[in-house]
Write a protein that binds this ligand. Sequence first.
Ligand code: B12
Length: 232
Amino acid sequence: MADEDDIILSELDDEELVQQMHDDLYDGLKEEIEEAVNILVERGWTPYDILTKALVAGMTVVGNDFRDGILFVPEVLLAANAMKGGMAILKPMLVETGAPRMGKMVIGTVKGDIHDIGKNLVAMMMEGAGFEVVDIGINNPVENYLEALEREEADILGMSALLTTTMPYMKVVIDTMKEKGIRDNYLVLVGGAPLNEEFGKAIGADAYCRDAAISVEIAKDMIARKHNQMGA
Ligand code: B12
């Protein structure tokens, strides 16, 4: 035990440090995660690599053990909290790119669902790529989305769902937009671990995005195409 307490993060090489971060995330050690993120930043790692290789990869291990009944909600909450500590350090670096404004996105997790880590990551990466992002949080009924889209004069709607029981709610939102005749005013992007391409198509979204990096690529591409169409 004493040995474990004695680990000095800054003395580990990159590979050992990332491995240690996976362990620390698993154990919900927020301060250690924050320290390690700062060390990797100092060593010249890009914020994106730190996010994906250290934090998201570590969270995958947590996810697998949660699925297999080895970890339970309290432990996963601690892990999520530690992950958020690391993400908070990276956020200004991801956002501070000085990229030109690309468009505005309203993003939120659907009704009945309180998972927000993936959504927050997408929001950060989109901001970093020059999009303006309005995050309406978790557990959103259709009214929240519609109200925010109108108020913010947004170009893109992003919906997140992590549960098989909440993902069908995305269709409720899209169908309501159709009923109101506003569906085509927005690009609708959907994401979350249980979704796939087919599901995205079936509910009438413009795209399903597997991860935050792909979300940025797809959004950029679609906004550019929309502008070109309008110009033609
Ligand atoms: C952390 C976590 C929790 C935390 C959430 C903390 C928080 N603040 O978010 C807590 C402990 C609260 C929790 C609770 C529950 N959870 Co949970 N949770 C997870 C876990 C381990 C990780 C999710 C995560 O953050 N992943 C990391 C992020 C970065 O990945 P991501 O969310 O997939 O996001 C990426 C992409 O999907 C995409 N993306 C995501 N959203 C969006 C949105 C847009 C617009 C775009 C473009 C892209 C995009 O980009 C993201 C970044 O790359 C997953 C396991 C897993 N494998 O997903 C289970 C998991 C999702 N949970 C699960 C369950 C069952 C629950 C509970 C019902 C447990 C319970 N019995 O109470 C509750 C539900 C509470 C509720 N009503 O929502 C199941 C769902 C199973 C299912 N088939 O529906 C999973 C899959 C675990 C499992 N294998 O059993 N959970």
